[in-house]
Design a binder for this molecule. Structure first.
Ligand code: SF4
Length: 303
C-alpha cells in the first residue's frame, strides 16, 4: 500500500492563533481558564488545552462570575459579550480574523440598509456568531431557499468561511437568478479553499481517501464531500480505531488529508497504523499565512 498525503492539510492560521491565545491566557492567569465552545472543532486539541487547565463550556451562563474566558475561533454573537459583561468576565476573543472580516461586512451592509443573505449551516457556531451581527436571512448552500424580498432591494450575500466552494457557488447563482445585482463576498477562507482544491486533485490519483479530523468539523465534512463528488470513497475518521480493513480491499493508493483544526499528530497515528510501503507528498501547496496576536490581546505576551 502507498499513501499520498494531501498538501496543504491540517492546521490553518486561525486555529494556530486560537490555540496560542489559550496557551498565553493560561500562562498569564493560570488555570482555570474557561473556553466558550470548543476552541476549535477537534477533541484532541480540546483535550490538550484542558490538560493544561482550560475548561470548555457551551454557554456563558456556565462560567462563574469574575472568571477569564476565551471565546472560540468560530466567533460569537454580541449577546455573548453582553452576558459576559453581566458576569464580570474578562473576555479574550480568539475569533479568526477571517471570521471577523465577515462580521464587519455584515455590519457595513446592514448600516447601508442592504438586505443580507448569509449562506451557511444553521446552528453552526460560526453562523450563530455572524447572524448575531445584523439582521439577515440564512440559507443552506445545498438547498438554498431564497428569501422573497422586493425585487428592487439591495442585496449582499455573505458566507460561512468553511463551506464547499462548489455548493456555495451554486447557491450564489441561485440567489442571483432572483436578485441579479446582489453584491457577493467571497468569504470562504484560504484554508478551506486550498484544502478542497488539493484533495480534489489528489482524488484523481488515488483509490480512496481518509479525511482525518472531527465529525463536527465543517472543514473535514466538506473535504469528505469533495472526494465523494469526485467519485472516490472517503472516510472521515479521527483515530486508527475507526479504520475498517475492508475499505482497502483491492485498493493500493490511499490518499490522506486533514481538516483545518486537525493536529498533524492524528495524521501520524494513522500513518503508523497503516505502515505503508511508500509515503508520497507533493512539494507544492505550502501555506505561509500566519495571524499575529491581535493588538487588544498583546498584553498577554508581556511578562
Ligand atoms: S478554517 Fe479558515 S476561517 Fe476557520 S479558523 Fe481556519 S483560517 Fe479561519
Amino acid at each position: 500500500m502507498d499513501v499520498y498525503l494531501a498538501k496543504p492539510r491540517g492546521f490553518c492560521a486561525g486555529v494556530e492563533l486560537a490555540v496560542e491565545i489559550v496557551d498565553l491566557a493560561l500562562k498569564k492567569y493560570g488555570p482555570p481558564i474557561y473556553v466558550k465552545h470548543q476552541i476549535v472543532h477537534n477533541s484532541v486539541v480540546v483535550a490538550k488545552i484542558e490538560a493544561k487547565g482550560a475548561i470548555t463550556v457551551n454557554s456563558v451562563e456556565e462560567i462563574p462570575t469574575d472568571s477569564i474566558v476565551v471565546f472560540s475561533a468560530h466567533g460569537s454573537p454580541p449577546s455573548d459579550y453582553e452576558k459576559a459583561k453581566k458576569r464580570n468576565l474578562t473576555v479574550l476573543d480568539a475569533i479568526c480574523p477571517l471570521v471577523t472580516k465577515v462580521h464587519n461586512e455584515a455590519k457595513k451592509y446592514s448600516a447601508e440598509g442592504k438586505k443580507i443573505i448569509l449562506i451557511g449551516h444553521k446552528g453552526h457556531q460560526e453562523v450563530l456568531g455572524t447572524s448575531g451581527q445584523a439582521k439577515m436571512d440564512i440559507i443552506d448552500d445545498k438547498n438554498p431557499d431564497i428569501p422573497k424580498y422586493d425585487k428592487s432591494s439591495d442585496i449582499a450575500i455573505i458566507t460561512q468561511t468553511t463551506l464547499s466552494v462548489k455548493d456555495t457557488k451554486n447557491a450564489v447563482e441561485s440567489v442571483k437568478k432572483y436578485y441579479p445585482k446582489s453584491i457577493v463576498r467571497n468569504d470562504i477562507c484560504y484554508a478551506t479553499t486550498n484544502r478542497q482544491k488539493a484533495i480534489e486533485s489528489l482524488s484523481t490519483k488515488v483509490d480512496i481517501i481518509l479525511v482525518i479530523g472531527a465529525k463536527n468539523s465543517s472543514n473535514c465534512n466538506r473535504l469528505k464531500e469533495t472526494v465523494e463528488k469526485m467519485g472516490k470513497p472517503a472516510y472521515l475518521i479521527s483515530s486508527p480505531r475507526e479504520i475498517k480493513k475492508e475499505w482497502f480491499q483491492k485498493k493500493n493508493k490511499i490518499g490522506i488529508t486533514s481538516g483545518a483544526s486537525t493536529p498533524e499528530i492524528q495524521v501520524e497515528s494513522i500513518l503508523k497504523y497503516l505502515s505503508p510501503k511508500n509515503i508520497y507528498e507533493s512539494k507544492e501547496g505550502n501555506e505561509d499565512i500566519v495571524f499575529t496576536i491581535p493588538r487588544q490581546l498583546r498584553f498577554l505576551t508581556k511578562k
